[in-house]
Design a protein around this ligand. Structure first.
Ligand code: 7RM
Length: 635
């Protein structure tokens, strides 16, 4: 795998230029040299963004698990593939070698088959960060079933919506999960969800916390006895490069989540190639991404990207603050972690605590640090660089999305000089554009606009499950022949990109995408609520927190405001999950609206940020008088 690494900046520019001038030749060489295919493609790619239609490695056949597991067995069968670090630091660590991973995935694949899961069927995985999660994901991929992992912090309602949207016939869950000092009853959340999921025929349950659970006769089974009986050999299903590998839901500007559909071949090539170069992974390194596999970061950079490179990937069940604020650094020391990839929100939370939690540990193994999920602020960047990287480990600020499948903008460590808060340069093969509001591309340096992508890349999502029109309308209709990301960005004097944040109705809280619409829908279901609008406001740990402006019905006004606030948050927790709770709720007499009835969120954002000196032009409002009342009572 010689020419797999980018060695210096000159080489980066050289390869980048080639990837733009001859994208097909470029990706063909990568695909040919670094992966195993059952059958070669007849055509590298074709595309038409007006439909949109994108095909990579047309007619090629493969199974991604042969690339992530089988092909490593004869060269690194005894190497640790997954290093499991439990929530409780006193519980034994598990080193799962490639040989063992092969066996576990094959057994699980055979169980799924015996239970009637077939190629193309959707399987919902609702599991905590335990090895079974990675094993189940891979087992689905092995038999060609489409996995839909739902983050185990989502509520039963959110789970039910996702199960029904893609007609999952099976759910895999556990009795419960460990989170710091708490345990969560996952099985009962699943039971509640399944009251509204008539299509689910069977539930497999992993034992994790040994809690009492209800097992529904004819539907629910413990997983372990099934695994014990299963064969440890399984012939991988041969998949088309364009066959869907997984569905992963992300928030949108309507209440319904979007099930992004990812391909098998292109996704594999791009996640593996980005992983190797962006983390500079070397054969004996230990790599740790702290994300949950319930998010895309976990799919691409805990499971598929690292395993396709034969890496050792750490899976951490716990939270950064348990048993204390030193946990991350304790784990780095314990496993001699070389690459560490986390979210700015975690860095900010830990930066608030005493440096004693850091200084106790030997962090000299670290070679590359990464961030993802939201813009990192200057202060957090410096804290990370000074105290964790000791000014020696480069920080890769990686920008990408659930929709892009893999990292799109990032420095290459030891190659691209970094600038705090800048994601820097497009990755190889990624053609960016900044657009102004009139649909003109902004050329040259020192410009700011909406971030678009001009040309397909192998890991881009192919559609939204069951709604191709929405895929087109959301991403390909704003600008002709371009994918619109929903983010704003600026390009500086040297051509580096800095992401400025969302320009649509998505708010990033602690690195998680939250759509305003589903949260507002949830608030509005409260019997005392007439209407609501939520906006983000700056929060020193979460990046953004949520501020709700709520109009009450007559009946609501006689009730204690704090009780109502609690009830509203309780309801959001039930509908979506605790991540979507509001930090502040202000009861207002009205919402500022344009003549076409659109809420002018710009004004609400200023109120929430306590910055109302310049509200801009509010003369177009239908009800300008309401603005003053809102400002007067701002929290
Ligand atoms: C990987 C992931 C996507 C949104 C994206 C941005 C924001 C992600 C960065 C970032 C600034 C970054 N997928 N975002 N990475 N903003 N700098 N390095 O997070 O689908 O959950 O979110 O996250 O707004 O559009 S995601």
């Amino acid at each position: 795998m010689s020419n797999y690494y980018i060695k210096n900046l000159e080489e980066y520019f050289q390869i980048y230029r080639k990837s733009v001038r001859e994208p097909e030749n470029f990706w063909e060489e990568i695909a040919e040299e670094h992966f195993v295919w059952r059958k070669r493609w007849t055509n590298v790619m074709r595309w038409d963004f007006s439909k949109p239609e994108v095909v990579w490695f047309e007619n090629a056949k493969l199974n991604i698990t042969e690339n992530c597991i089988d092909r490593h067995l004869h060269i690194r069968g005894d190497k640790t593939a997954i290093l499991f670090e439990p929530n409780d630091p006193k519980e034994k660590v598990q080193h799962i070698t490639y040989n063992e991973l092969y066996e576990r995935v094959c057994k699980m694949a055979n169980v799924l088959k015996e239970q009637g899961v077939k190629k193309g069927d959707r399987v919902c995985i609702y599991l905590p960060m335990i090895p079974e999660l990675a094993v189940t994901v891979l087992a689905c991929a092995r038999i060609g079933a489409v996995h839909s992992v739902v983050f185990a912090g989502f509520s039963s309602l959110a789970l039910a919506t996702r199960i029904n949207d893609c007609d999952c016939k099976m759910v895999i869950t556990s009795d419960g999960s460990n989170r710091g000092a708490k345990t969560i009853d996952l099985k009962s959340i699943v039971d509640t969800a399944l009251e509204d999921c008539p299509g689910v025929e069977s539930v497999l349950v992993v034992k994790r916390i040994n809690s009492e659970v209800d097992m529904k006769e004819g539907r629910d089974q413990w997983l372990q006895p099934l695994l014990d009986k299963a064969s440890s050999q399984n012939a991988a299903e041969i998949m088309d490069a364009e066959d869907p590998l997984f569905i992963l839901y992300t928030s949108g500007s309507t209440g319904k989540p979007k099930g992004m559909v990812h391909s098998s071949g292109g996704y594999m090539v791009f996640t593996a190639y980005t992983f190797k170069n962006i983390f500079n992974y070397q054969e004996n390194d230990v790599y740790w991404c702290t994300a949950d596999i319930g998010w895309v970061t976990g799919h691409s950079y805990i499971v598929y990207g690292p395993l396709a490179n034969g890496a050792t990937t750490v899976m951490f069940e716990g939270i950064p603050t348990y048993p204390d604020h030193g946990r991350f650094w304790e784990v780095v020391e314990k496993h001699k972690v070389n690459q560490f990839y986390t979210a700015p929100t975690a860095i900010r939370a830990l930066a608030k605590e005493s440096l004693d939690f850091v200084d106790k540990y030997d962090l000299t193994s670290l070679k590359v640090l990464g961030t993802v999920g939201e813009p990192i602020n200057e202060e957090a960047w410096h804290w990370y660089n000074n105290n964790i990287g000791r000014n020696k480990s480069p920080i890769v600020d990686t920008w990408w999305q659930t929709e892009t499948g893999g990292i799109m903008i990032s420095p290459i460590p030891y190659v691209t000089p970094t600038t705090p808060t800048y994601a820097t340069l497009p990755f190889i093969g990624v053609q960016l554009a900044l657009m102004d509001e009139n649909g003109q591309e902004l050329e040259g340096k020192q410009v700011e606009g909406r971030l678009c992508i001009k040309y397909p890349w192998p890991a881009m999502a192919r559609t939204i499950w069951g709604d191709h029109k929405r895929y087109h309308d959301t991403y390909f209709s704003a600008y002709e022949n371009m994918y619109f990301t929903g983010d704003g960005a600026k390009r500086d004097a040297v051509g580096y990109y800095r992401i400025t944040g969302r320009v649509d109705d998505v708010i990033i809280v602690s690195g998680h995408n939250l759509g305003t619409a589903p949260i507002e829908d949830s608030i509005n279901e409260h019997p005392a609520v007439a209407e609501s609008a939520i906006v983000g406001f700056p929060h020193d740990i979460k990046g953004n927190a949520l501020y709700g402006f709520v109009i009450l019905k007559e009946i609501g006004e006689s009730r204690k405001p704090d009780n109502l606030r609690k009830e509203i948050n309780q309801q959001i927790t039930e509908h979506i999950g605790p991540i979507a709770k509001l930090d502040k709720i202000q009861f207002v007499p009205g919402l500022p609206k344009t003549r076409s009835g659109k809420i002018m969120r710009r004004i609400l954002r200023k109120v929430a940020a306590k910055d109302t000196s310049d509200l801009g032009d509010i003369s177009t409002l239908l009800n300008p008088e309401v603005v003053e009342a809102i400002i007067k009572d701002a929290l």
